[in-house]
Design a protein around this ligand. Structure first.
Ligand SMILES: [Zn+2]
Length: 282
């Protein structure tokens, strides 16, 4: 009788183990099917590729650091690939813009938002992007707004040194609308200029004014300042603000990196008329 009972117990255990294995296999298979279906759905739906469902926290565990064994250009491109999903191809208008204004794409702070392309097509697209930003007011101004991390860093610099806006207090020095960007462009240039820029035949204008939809000011990460002393420059540099657009003297860009990190991210130091610019290596 005892032997029969032991056999029965053994059979029950074997049955339970087998059942558990089959069941868990079934669940795993079921999950794979759902994931494949979701993936196929994504392929057929462009929007899904643009905004994939977050499966993990968007905050990176450790900030990205370029591989020092790569050359300058590769280091820069590897860094911007994190925030810019489609890197423009050399020889295109977008590549010219990336070279001139793309410095901000190296920004490592997870709360800093950037558009997924270097040109915002119109006011609607600009507003859609800007509506996703968390903005704060720059201290001592009426209506000068920047993305929060950039604004906080600038306010820190302003506590060390007095740094006025180029115009005194105006919002035009800070985050701009598409229309303001367009108005500034039309002040200095026209459609013929734009055509020449597109063809790579005209670049000087890019240091004066940005073509429609391409200004760093649209992204809430640039500001025009009246800087005259080395101490002001130091205060800005110590807080992640640098001059990245050659010849645009009042224009400052928030990179959120320290000066010593810039060469590792591929930036080239360029001294023009006693002003240090950190330009992209592309
Ligand atoms: Zn500017």
């Amino acid at each position: 009788m005892q032997r029969i009972l032991r056999k029965l117990a053994l059979l029950t255990i074997i049955f339970l183990i087998t059942f558990t294995l089959v069941a868990s296999n079934g669940i795993a298979h079921h999950q794979t099917v759902i994931q494949t279906a979701q993936f196929n759905n994504c392929l057929n739906n462009a929007q899904c590729l643009v905004t994939p469902e977050p499966t993990t926290s968007p905050t990176p565990i450790a900030p990205f650091t370029p591989n020092p064994e790569l050359n300058e250009q590769q280091r820069f491109l590897s860094a911007i690939a994190i925030k810019l999903p489609a890197i423009p191809q050399p020889g295109t208008y977008e590549y010219i813009l990336l070279r001139k204004y793309g410095a901000v794409f190296v920004n490592q702070e997870p709360e800093i938002k950037l558009p997924e392309k270097v040109i915002l097509a119109n006011e609607q697209e600009t507003q859609e992007f800007q509506s996703t930003l968390t903005m704060i007011k720059v201290d001592g101004t009426n209506d000068c707004y920047l993305q929060q991390a950039a604004g906080l860093a600038l306010n820190k610099a302003k506590k060390i040194q007095k740094i006025p806006l180029k115009s005194g207090y105006g919002s035009g020095d800070c985050t701009r609308t598409f229309t303001t960007n367009l108005r500034f462009w039309q002040k200095y240039a026209n459609d013929r200029t734009l055509e020449k820029v597109r063809q790579g035949k005209e670049t000087a204008i890019l240091g004066i004014v940005a073509p429609p939809g391409t200004s760093q000011h649209l992204w809430g990460l640039a500001i025009d300042l009246r800087v005259s002393s080395q101490k002001q420059r130091q205060a800005l540099n110590q807080n992640g603000w640098f001059q990245t657009v050659e010849s645009d003297i009042p224009h400052w860009t928030y990179l959120g990196l320290t000066e010593s990190q810039l060469p590792l991210f591929g930036f080239q130091k360029k001294l023009v008329r006693e002003i240090t610019y950190w330009v992209t290596p592309i």
